[in-house]
Design a protein around this ligand. Structure first.
Ligand code: BES
Ligand code: MN
Ligand code: ZN
Length: 497
């Protein structure tokens, strides 16, 4: 999509803002005057209240060149933030993407809490995110199913500041789309090796990419990761992506660690068939890490960050691990595997340890589609956050709120930790009873975090993808790319020179 900033836009469709109460903002008032009051008349006729996402669709009004005017609500003016502007622009794109229109003009206004330049930049961000589609395997799209929109003009006076910001933001959109594509790809196409190959492509952006194969992981003693991988004909890999953008080349990096189960059958503890196809998205944590690495490399972030992803396929093969197996991790700790479907924590055990052992990071953040229980607790609206560090937790909450990727903190404590003790090994990979599933998963990962390392765990099982219909205009497909924006902002606000 071609996004341009102009002072006077012309095209097939124009979108303007209104706030709760049905009040048109400046650009809308100008259009209303030019059309001799037809816009406000149409709004009145349809009970328009300016609620977030509410739309008045005015066709072929006299007095302007536009064939269609969209008045789109933002909700309460005082509560309207940058994200509200993004959704506003997203709704406009959603309405026009396949409508036959080729050019959309957005006329953003300043809001009580958003300057005009910010509104312009957010409009560009929202418009871009709303264009996402995953059509790779749809060979028979009819003409009316294909996008017709080729350009969005953001029309405002003095567009320079907004344009400059939007150019920076393009890196973030690229990162989000990279993550969405990875999550969307079918599991016969995206498996550990092909995933690793796609990450190699980041080398062209200046990211150092290091791929560890089975033999290298065996040498390091990654028995938990390899135990999961061994059931599949497709070997596992661990990929480390390093971006060293800080002016202090020796400064400790932030380590991001992602769960990359390219398909989770459950292994021998096999899952029931209903909805099992969704487990192609069980690499959403790895996708978020990869997307964040791409975003920070594209915008040349002045930060040292290493992204580590553990890539495996969890299959019930003749060599699959069995319930009852005891594996030895790189840390030396042993795990009794009582349920092969609790595989994410097993691969994270070695990946989180490797991150600390090899990179001596300033902090570790892992992202994983770890537990179905987090969906029971928080639905698809918030990711579960767990952390041993107050400052890091608060910074993650702030970054998620600002970027529309909400997180909700859940507790950790010794009483939960005890649930994974076993007489047979240092720990078991499930609790004895089905309680507090997401917390137990987090406690397990925490056993592989060294004392003194600030750490956070994001359980994104409910947010990496969402069930249809896909009503979020900024996330118009199954895969959301959740985590890329949060991580990028966290890096910008806390880990950058
Ligand atoms: N990948 C799943 C978790 C999941 C479930 C992600 C639904 C997204 C949607 C994970 O590997 C898993 O199977 N977890 C088990 C853990 C249990 C065996 C302790 C679960 O949540 O049932
Ligand atoms: Mn599983
Ligand atoms: Zn899984």
């Amino acid at each position: 999509m071609d996004i341009r900033f102009v002072t006077a836009g012309g095209g097939d469709v124009v979108a303007v803002m209104a706030t709760e109460g049905g009040e048109l903002l400046e650009a809308g008032k100008a259009l209303d005057a030019a059309t001799n009051g037809r816009i406000s008349k149409a709004a009145k006729a349809t009970n328009f209240k300016g609620g977030a996402g509410q739309v008045v669709d005015v066709l072929a009004p006299e007095g302007v060149d536009f064939a269609r005017v969209l008045v789109i609500g933002l909700g309460k003016p005082d509560a309207a933030d940058g994200m509200a502007v993004e959704r506003w622009a997203g709704h406009a794109v959603k309405r026009t993407l396949t409508s036959g229109a080729e050019k959309l003009v957005l006329q953003p206004d300043a809001l009580p809490a958003v300057t005009k330049a910010e509104a312009g930049a957010h409009a560009a961000m929202g418009a871009r995110l709303a264009t996402y589609r995953f059509d790779t395997y749809r060979t028979k799209l009819k003409p009316d199913q294909k996008p017709t929109l080729t350009a969005v003009e953001i029309s405002m006076d003095g567009p320079a500041a907004a344009r400059a910001r939007a150019e920076q933001d393009e890196a973030i959109v690229e990162g989000v789309f990279f993550a969405r594509d990875l999550v969307s790809e079918p599991p016969n196409v995206l498996y550990p090796q092909s995933f690793a190959e796609r990450l190699r492509d980041l080398e062209t952006l200046g990211v150092e990419v290091d791929v560890l194969d089975t033999a290298q992981m065996e040498k390091l003693g990654m028995g938990a990761l390899l135990g999961v991988a061994q059931g599949s004909a497709r070997p596992g890999f661990l990929v480390a992506m390093r971006w060293n953008g800080s002016s202090q080349k020796k400064a400790k990096p932030l380590a991001l660690v992602g769960k990359g189960v390219t398909f989770d059958t459950g292994g021998i503890s096999i899952k029931p068939p209903g909805g099992m196809d969704e487990m192609k998205g069980d690499m959403g944590g790895a996708a978020a890490v990869a997307g964040a690495m791409k975003a920070i490399a594209l915008r040349k972030a002045k930060a040292n960050v290493v992204g580590i992803v553990a890539l495996v396929e969890n299959m019930p093969g003749s060599n699959a691990q069995r319930p009852g197996d005891i594996v030895t991790t790189m840390s030396g700790q042993t795990i009794e595997v009582l349920n092969t479907d609790a595989e994410g924590r097993l691969i994270l055990a070695d990946a989180v340890w490797y991150a600390q052992d090899k990179y001596d990071p300033a902090a570790v953040i892992d992202l994983a589609t770890l537990t179905g229980a987090v969906i029971v607790a928080l639905g698809h609206e918030n990711a579960g956050l767990f952390s041993n560090d107050e400052d890091l937790a608060q910074a993650i909450i702030a970054a998620g709120t600002a970027e529309g990727e909400a997180v909700w903190r859940l507790p950790l404590s010794a009483a939960y930790d005890k649930l994974i003790d076993t007489p047979n090994a240092d720990m078991k990979n499930i609790a004895g009873k089905p309680v507090a599933g997401s917390i137990v998963g987090a406690q397990f990962v925490k056993r592989f975090v060294k004392d003194g390392t600030p750490w956070a765990h994001l359980d994104i099982a409910g947010t990496a993808w969402k069930p249809g219909p896909y009503e979020d205009p900024l996330s118009p497909a199954w895969a959301t790319g959740y985590g890329v924006r949060l991580l990028n902002r966290l890096i910008a606000s806390r880990f950058e020179d």
